[in-house]
Design a protein around this ligand. Structure first.
Ligand code: ARG
Length: 461
């Protein structure tokens, strides 16, 4: 076995079944650039501690640079009998700089502290890509809100018409969870930027290498406080999986609404041709596949989190090979979001809203009944009574098949003497929306302020 990192005490190489089971190069090759970065840092630490001469260190760094170039150009790939990225790269390094020098790099490190560090580097890099894509989606939402500052729509609870709201308010309600997702990624970074490198297999190293130097070289904050924890913990990976699952769920809730809005029954939005799909049999179809795939893939993101949590739950300290199972789920979560987010942002940016239809539906279903009740409260009625009166008006209109603003003076008086004709001043959608002007309310002036706040928060992240 050409590339084995551990053959010494074994009489034979691994059986083919074991080799097949054990092999991880088909997914951990994604860590090759980070493995090489770790090796650069480690070589520097070895040189500082006197285990490499400056000439050796120079040749080592040059060899690692050659490897990095070969990896990025796709010229260097793992061989079929390489167990993992670490073994494959050691073989390549030996081919590059010779067995004598190449064999020195492994001193004072283990695949256990390496892998625990590399997965952090990978996730930190991709967290930046994901954050950038989330910002683009928030920008698309904000642009739509800005383009429709006064459009109203039926606000719903229990999916029933509840109270009219501004379309911009509703859209921005989908942006805030994404802002919190950005904040989650930022907060996670503080825990992710810790370097297990130097922890060795579990107990640390006898060689007196400087782990802070390695952390600095890798752009991490500090070494892990505990070598056992550093090599065995994966909560940072699980937390990342949670954040990606949360992003998936946040997208999925928005997706569900876009799918509904795009139905004939709602008729609130039209999808751009570039962001919708057709049917192979029904020529008229235009399907919201991006929204559906986003909704569907949120299940997969949740699955990746659950699977990883299940992998971790029974593991004794320190490193166990089970931990190799941490990578495929989070790599998949990263790949999934990096596909979904750009498509989702494009779909949102190109949505066309039928604001006339939304406005027409906004007051229907007696959605101004709360406004009537609050109008009565302002005239001194206790809310209980006001609620009763407004409810009675709804019932009277419902029996007659009319909306609240169609009730004549006599009908109003018949329902209650408190319902004088000037109640009609609150029976308009624009009036209703404008009057909800407390902080966080749907009044246009508040929604515009909120949008400025949203943009400021996004830009500060
Ligand atoms: N491939 C392993 C992982 O992903 C790292 C190698 C550690 N293997 C070992 N036998 N100690 O976790």
């Amino acid at each position: 076995n050409r590339g084995s990192l551990w053959g010494g005490r074994f009489a034979s190489g691994p059986s083919p079944e074991l080799a097949a089971l054990s092999r991880s190069t088909h997914f951990d090759w994604a860590l090759a650039p980070y493995d090489i970065a770790g090796s650069h840092a480690h070589a520097t630490a070895l040189e500082r501690a006197g285990y490499l001469s400056s000439d050796e260190a120079l040749r080592m760094h040059a060899g690692l640079d050659a490897l990095a170039a070969a990896v990025s150009e796709g010229r260097l790939l793992p061989a079929p009998d390489d167990e993992d990225v670490h073994g494959a790269l050691e073989q390549a390094l030996i081919a590059e700089v010779g067995a004598e020098l190449g064999g020195k790099l492994r001193a004072g490190r283990s695949r256990n502290d390496q892998i625990a560090t590399l997965v952090r580097l990978y996730l930190l890099d991709h967290s930046r890509t994901i954050a950038r894509e989330i910002v683009r989606l928030i920008d698309a939402i904000v642009a739509q809100a800005e383009a429709h500052p006064d459009a109203a729509m039926p606000g719903r609870t229990h999916l029933q018409h509840a109270q009219p709201v501004l379309l911009a308010h509703h859209l921005q309600a989908h942006a805030w969870p994404l802002v919190r997702d950005l904040e989650r990624l930022r907060d996670w970074t503080a825990r992710a930027r810790v370097s297990p490198y130097g922890g060795g297999a579990l107990a640390g190293s006898t060689l007196g290498l400087d782990p802070q130097l390695v952390a600095d070289e890798l752009g991490l904050e500090r070494p892990a406080e505990n070598s056992i924890d550093g090599t065995a913990a994966r909560d940072v990976v699980a937390e990342f999986a949670f954040i990606t699952a949360m992003i998936g769920v946040d997208l999925s809730r928005f997706a569900e609404e876009i799918i509904l809005w795009n139905t004939r029954e709602f008729g609130f939005v039209t999808l751009d041709d570039g962001y919708s799909t057709g049917s192979s049999i029904m020529p008229q179809k235009k399907n919201p596949d991006i929204a559906e795939l986003a909704r569907g893939k949120s299940g997969r993101l949740i699955g990746n989190l659950s699977g990883l949590m299940a992998t971790l739950k029974g593991l004794p300290l320190a490193y166990n090979r089970d931990l190799q199972e941490d990578k495929e789920p989070v790599f998949d979560s990263v790949a999934t979001l990096e596909l979904v987010l750009p498509a989702f942002a494009g779909m949102v940016a190109t949505l066309r809203f039928d604001t006339a239809r939304m406005a027409e539906l906004a007051p229907q279903g007696f959605s101004l009944a709360t406004d009537v009740a609050e109008w009565l409260v302002k005239r001194g009625l206790p809310f209980r009574e006001a609620h009763e009166v407004s409810g009675a008006l709804v019932q009277a209109c419902e029996t007659r098949g009319i909306e609240l603003d169609e009730a004549g003076d006599e009908l109003l008086a018949e329902v209650s003497p408190a319902l004088t004709p000037d109640v009609r001043e609150v029976l308009s959608v624009a009036g209703s929306v404008a009057s909800r002007d407390g902080i966080g309310g749907t009044a246009p002036v508040r929604v515009a302020e909120q949008r400025a706040d949203l943009v400021g928060r996004t830009q500060s992240l």
